[in-house]
Structures are given as C-alpha cells and as structure tokens.
Design a protein. Structure first.
Length: 473
C-alpha cells in the first residue's frame, strides 16, 4: 500500500468537498495509519501551517460526523508546496520524499498533457500511481494523445482514470441486482425490455462553476463519462469475475457495440438546451447566460439527451436514453428499466397505461418497482410500487476510489481503450452540435426541462415521462 498522496490543485473545491472527507473516512475505518503523508500543491503563497489550518476548516465544513482526532490526524500529516503543476522543478519539490507516491491531478482536464509531461521530466518515483478526474481528454484525439503520454510515464495498471459514480453503492447495485437474482437475468434483454433511461437531473444550477462548466457543458460533463459508465453496467454481458480485466473487458464490449450516430441520427435522437431565468423552491435563478463567468458565445448546453442503440444480440431493439440537466424543478437521478407490455390481458383495463418499470434510484439510494396489479375495483389494474432502501455505504464514493488507488486495485478505474471508446460514442454529437444541426432550445429554471419532441419506444415510457413532467412543472 502506498502511504504518500500528492494532490495538485490541493486548495480547490474537489479537494475540500470530496478528497479530504474521503481521507477522514479512510482514517476512521483504519485504512490510513500514522505513516500516511499528504502533500498539497497549488499556486497560493501558503505555508504548511496555513494549509493545515485550511484543511481543519474544510473538514469541519464538509468532513461529516468523524471524530475530532480523526480530522486532526489528517491535518497533522499534511505539508504544503507552492507549485505550478506544469513546471518539472515545482513538481519535483512536491514529490520529494521516500518511496512511491500517488499523484492526484485535481486540475482542469485541459492541463493534463502538460502536467503528465512535467511528471515525466521530474522522474516520478518507481511504483508510483497517477490519478486523473474526468473528462479524460477533450475529444477523441486529445484522449489518444493523453493515453500516449501516460503510457510513457507509468504502466497502464498504475493509471487511475477515476469516475466516482462507479464507486457509488447504488451504481454497483445495478450490476449486482441483475446478476445475483435468477428472476432478472433471464429477462434482461430486448425481448422483455423496451427502453432504459439513464437520468441525472438536478435542481442545482451553475453554483459558481462557470470556469469549468462553460467549457464542457452537460454532454461532456455527464453523458460522455458518468452516464456511459452506467450504460456499461446495465448492458454488459455477465463477467467471469469482478476483477479489473474481466469487468473492464465487458464494459469496453458495450461501448464498442454502440451503433455510430450519423448526422441524421443526431438531429432526430439528441436534444440540447440551456436554462432561462426561473425559480427553484425559494431560490431565484438567473438565466445561464447571465451567470458570472459564462460566455454566451460558447452556446454551452445545460441540458443534454442522447438516444443510443446497441448492435448486440442481447439488446437489438432496445433504446437507451441518456439525459442530464441542471436547474430543473426536481431531482431525478436514476436508472429506469422499462419492460414491455404483456401481449394479452385476460380482463379489461380502463384508463392510462400503467408503467412496468424497475428503478435504481441513485440519490437517494432506493430500489423501486413500478408494477401493475388488481386495485380496489375488480378487474381494474392499479399501480403497485414496492420499494427497498439500501444500507448506507461503509465508505463514501471517493473514499472507495482513494483506497483502490493506494492499494493498487484499478477495477473501478477507466482503462485507456475504454476512455477512447467513450469519446467515439459522443464525437458525432459534438460535431453535429458544433454545426448547429440541432437547435439549442431553452427552458425556464425550475421546470421539467425542454418538452420532448421525439417518439418513445414504448407507450409506458411516454406515460411515465408525462407524469414526471406534470409533477415537477
């Protein structure tokens, strides 16, 4: 196990809200001993003592219910180095110490190639590992170049392209539920499943992230990585084991099976939009273009939806709809598996078509089944929605990821070919959107988003979306 962690970008929001609480969780669980060392590297003119005070303050704000001695131990083992992560001399100073080090790049993705080059010039200690946050590159060519630079620096097994969604227990439960239950796996195919929705809608607006978000938008920020990873877990063939080779091979198979989108497909199977002024609860939300740091000329989308099909025996005829939006009227974070209607009902049925949906709610962690059964009136169907709440995870998502990094288990990280295949899926969308082939729609903040314009594969899908729109509008 590596006992040194060097974080470049160590004074940013990612470190404050996620990495420091993750370290506290690992310390509390007994995974970090007194030999552990944290080096923070950033551009601020701070001393190590000032950095320790900053750590203590951020752990008080974001560190959760961990004992004071746990938080104190994290701060006490920290030092600070003022560094430009693209300068090899500064990088060398930050990496000084004995033994291998895990290097975490909590930096804008556009800096990754220059930082990896600086790490190479600084002679990274043997046995070290490098951690990169999504997105991995800014397009397919950028991902390929970044992978080449990483391959010259460390072995692939030492590269951790992390996606914290994969460490969420609810996300892992998507795979666990279908593989561990005999009742599900035989019907987990296009014969029985009409459509799968993978949705991450949130009421949060920009929240001061214009410096990052206005350069990427919803497609690159959510669909290209997080939601495609969820697609892989839903659609993959059962792996032999959950080891890194077997699991990642099956995920790559899914990405390779995604049918390439033509320009015609992009026009008819994708949507993009950005939010107008509105109200969410008691919050007045300005239009996206009026948010601090936003450049209207970039035409950045805050809502993106992509409809995909897989060229595989299991999934021919099933639609996969990936959607993410900001500043919406209600949080909706789930994988919704829509089953096809039964071919015949032996009794009459009146009223709206009832959905038959298995919902993996990602936040909060709840598994729900929307089924049909006999209601209070004989021969009339009624909705049945039994639900089960999962136990809270032993470690937060970033705690699990950091533990994997320090112990050297890359199973939940993104392999180089996987990162490139994910860009292959979305590149036709990016290209068509840049040509303005798909109009940039608008929706009021606090609404259900832009109105659907495309037909759905199953009437129950359309009906459920209609209900969601009415309840959150």
């Amino acid at each position: 196990m590596i006992n040194r962690l060097a974080v470049f970008g160590a004074t940013g929001d990612l470190t404050a809200r996620y990495l420091l609480p993750a370290l506290a969780a690992l310390r509390e669980a007994g995974h970090l001993g007194d030999r552990f060392e944290l080096t923070g590297a950033s551009r601020e003119e701070w001393s190590s003592e000032q950095y320790r005070e900053w750590i203590a303050d951020r752990l008080d704000r974001h560190g959760g219910p961990y004992p004071a001695d746990v938080k104190d131990a994290i701060a006490a083992r920290a030092r600070y180095v003022r560094a430009d992560a693209t300068r090899s001399a500064d990088v060398s100073a930050a990496l000084a110490g004995d033994g291998p080090v895990a290097v975490y790049l909590a930096l804008p993705p556009g800096l990754f190639p220059r930082v990896v080059t600086a790490l190479h010039e600084a002679a990274l200690p043997e046995g070290s590992r490098i951690v990169l946050e999504k997105p991995f590159g800014e397009d397919l060519a950028g991902a390929q170049e970044l992978n080449r630079l990483l391959a010259d620096l460390v072995p692939e097994q030492a590269v951790f392209r992390v996606d914290h969604f994969l460490a969420m227990t609810t996300v892992q439960n998507v795979l666990g539920s279908r593989l561990a239950n005999r009742v599900l796996e035989p019907i987990w195919n296009s014969t029985h499943i009409a459509e799968v929705e993978i949705v991450w809608d949130e009421t949060l607006a920009l929240e001061g992230r214009a410096g990052y978000y206005d350069h990427v938008g919803a497609l690159k920020d959510m669909i290209q990585n997080h939601l495609l990873q969820l697609l892989c877990l839903v659609a993959m063939e059962p792996p032999i084991t959950l080891g890194e080779r077997d699991l990642r091979d099956r995920k790559v198979d899914v990405l390779r099976s995604v049918r390439p989108l033509t320009e015609h497909d992009v026009v008819h199977r994708t949507r993009r939009a950005r939010y107008l002024p509105g109200t969410i609860g008691d919050r007045a939300i300005p239009a996206y273009v009026d948010e601090d740091g936003v450049s209207p000329q970039r035409r950045t989308e805050t809502f993106a939806e992509v409809e995909l099909e897989l060229d595989s025996r299991r999934w021919a005829g099933t639609t996969f709809r990936l959607r993410s939006g900001k500043a919406l009227g209600a949080d909706r974070k789930e994988v919704a598996v829509h089953f096809r209607a039964v071919p015949h009902l032996p009794f009459g049925h009146r009223g709206e078509a009832l959905p038959k949906v298995l919902r993996f709610n990602l936040d909060p962690e709840v598994l729900t089944r929307d089924l049909a059964g006999i209601g209070s009136q004989a021969h009339e169907l009624a909705a049945l929605s039994p639900a089960a709440r999962t136990e809270p995870p032993g470690l937060p998502a970033y705690g699990r990821l950091l533990l994997d990094v320090l112990t050297g288990d890359p199973a939940l990280s993104i392999r180089s070919d996987e990162a490139e295949e994910a860009w292959r899926v979305v590149e036709p969308v990016l290209s068509a959107w840049e040509k303005d082939l798909v109009p940039l729609a608008e929706y009021p903040a606090g609404s259900a988003g832009p109105l659907p314009t495309q037909p759905y594969a199953d009437e129950s899908v359309k009906a459920s979306l209609g209900r969601a729109t009415r309840s959150s509008g």
